[in-house]
Ligand binder design. Structure first.
Ligand code: KIV
Ligand code: ZN
Length: 388
């Protein structure tokens, strides 16, 4: 049996805290419904100390979804932990997620604290969290720029204090996959089976998903991620990418997630309708072009056998069907198929004539619509009838 990788969704927390992504409490609850359908293991619903809205969101999600493990974020201090605990009061399976920065750059310029002080604060926050919840996650913010020896020391200390998950964020999206894998491997070996190691990668260099998967290969068993990859700056690891990479490449990534992948596209679409933007058209898995084919050679191959140009069945992620885009790169085969689907069966000579007019039009436009194809067909067929 494959190892299970837990999916920790932070769309409603890290995702929501980025520009254009804020959601009201009812919107968060609506999105949570979809995330529960999707089968995420953990749902981080907010950062209760940050705002009344975040507190209410954690509370509402906790009350409404007893089946899912709900997480709330808290800095490593009493005030935050107690606020998170209060927001989680009605959760059946609460997780307090407490964090503090561990890199020297953050210690010196942001926290003005020594390593000893940070370690003591982390341990105290975990101990306090354990008074309220059995499930406690500790995150070492800016872990990838932290001295590895100190990271190992603090990781062991928080586990001894009661944390059952240690999350190692690439907070500034600085790491590259080979390096990140080695980095995760070191902590995973040091912790053995005393805790789950988790990855939380930002996408500043476009490597968030690659780094997350390298982390899993090195021993991490939780991925923190968001729908459509939303999140601070360039975003977080996209949930749909990590999950579909694991599902599609079982030969290289022999792991299981509990995600019902046919809900990925609906989740992406719902999120897009709640926030200010949707995924870019060429976004992997959920972008408008992710299953669209325009080049004639591709369309021809695809029409002969789908697997020539498609590694995933669009229906497996909830996209109704692949799209053949009719444009200037399309060939006769794709045009003929579209004409047939519009109810026109053409002889070879008719298809040649229609194709000629189609290409003239396509050369001037970004894509040709079905109505325009019908207009060409009708015109062409009328010409042919007049000539008889
Ligand atoms: O990016 C980060 O370091 C975070 C932590 C709070 C987990 O979001
Ligand atoms: Zn983050």
């Amino acid at each position: 049996m494959n190892d299970r990788v837990y999916i920790f969704d932070t769309t409603l927390r890290d995702g929501e805290q980025s520009p254009g992504c804020s959601m009201t409490v009812p919107e968060k609850v609506q999105m949570a419904h979809q995330l529960v359908e999707l089968g995420v293991d953990y749902l981080e619903a907010g950062f209760p100390i940050a705002s009344e809205g975040d507190f209410q969101a954690v509370d509402a999600v906790s009350r409404e979804f007893p089946s899912v493990r709900v997480a709330a974020l808290a800095r490593a201090c009493t005030m935050d932990v107690e606020r998170a605990a209060r927001a989680l009061e009605h959760a059946k399976r609460p997780r307090i997620h407490t964090f503090i920065a561990t890199s020297d750059i953050h210690l010196k310029h942001k926290l003005h604290k020594s390593r000893e002080q940070v370690l003591a604060q982390a341990v105290a926050a975990v101990e306090l969290s354990r008074r309220y919840a059995e499930d406690v996650e500790f995150s070492a913010e800016d872990a990838t720029r932290t001295d590895p020896a100190f990271l190992e020391e603090i990781s062991k200390a928080v586990v001894a204090a009661g944390a059952n998950t240690v999350n190692l964020p690439d907070t500034v999206g600085y790491s590259v996959p080979v390096e990140f894998g080695e980095f995760i491997g070191r902590v995973a070996r040091a912790l053995g089976d005393t805790a789950i190691v988790s990855v939380h990668c930002h996408n500043d260099l476009g490597l968030a998903t690659a780094n997350s998967l390298a982390g899993v290969l090195a021993g991490a068993r939780q991925i923190e991620c968001t729908i459509n990859g939303i999140g601070e700056r360039a975003g977080n690891c996209a949930l749909e990418e990590a999950v579909m990479a694991i599902k599609t490449r079982q030969d290289m990534l022999p792991f299981d997630t509990g995600v019902a992948t046919e809900h990925l596209y609906p989740a992406s679409q719902l999120l897009a309708s709640l926030i200010a933007f949707g995924p870019q058209p060429n976004k992997a898995i959920v972008g408008g072009n992710a299953f669209a084919h325009e080049a004639g050679i591709h369309q021809d191959g695809y029409l002969k056998e789908r697997s020539t140009y498609e590694i995933m069945d669009p229906r497996s992620v909830g996209v109704p069907e692949s799209r053949l885009i009719l444009g200037k790169h399309s060939g006769r085969h794709a045009l003929n198929q579209r004409c047939a689907s519009l109810g026109y069966t053409l002889s070879k000579a008719e298809l040649d004539g229609v194709y000629e007019r189609f290409i003239t039009l396509a050369d001037r436009k970004k894509g040709v619509l079905n109505e325009e194809i019908v207009a060409i067909l009708e015109e062409r067929l009328a010409d042919a009838a007049a000539a008889e």
